[in-house]
Design a binder for this molecule. Structure first.
Ligand SMILES: [Zn+2]
Ligand SMILES: [Zn+2]
Length: 131
């Protein structure tokens, strides 16, 4: 059964295969990818940042971020490419959050756990009162 979806870029309805974009936009993106790849693979451009690549090729930074996130442009080969942390926007090279946001969130989760446990205790009538 074919899956209909709206293209993430132009909003057109299309039959979704594996990409969130319609075939037209995919073709456009492939062209842009070629541009970016042609630029970045040159020895003198390998250490470019996404911003520099964007300025040199005219390709949207969002697209370049997406390629780095997907691993099409590998930060191992191009050490200054990255994409923004989903929480604070700092440029990172793996995962979805930067180290400091990850730590913050892990601490947050620990806190929520503690509150949950306290509430459970209270529900079981284990709250102690001081006189
Ligand atoms: Zn489209
Ligand atoms: Zn962050």
């Amino acid at each position: 059964m074919a899956d209909l979806a709206n293209c993430k870029n132009c909003g057109r309805l299309y039959v979704r295969v594996s990409s969130p974009y319609c075939p037209e936009c995919l073709k456009e993106q492939e062209k842009k990818f070629e541009l970016v790849y042609d630029f970045i693979r040159r020895q003198e451009n390998r250490t470019s940042t996404v911003q520099q690549t964007h300025e040199a090729t005219g390709v949207e930074t969002d697209l370049i971020y997406e390629w780095v996130r997907e691993g099409r442009l590998q930060s191992k080969i191009f050490p200054n490419l990255g994409y923004p942390c989903q929480s604070c926007g700092r440029i990172i090279q793996s995962g979805i959050l930067c180290d400091s946001c990850r730590t913050k969130i892990e601490k947050g989760i620990a806190l929520v756990d503690k509150i949950d446990r306290l509430q459970e205790d209270r529900q079981r009538g284990k709250t102690y009162h001081t006189k």
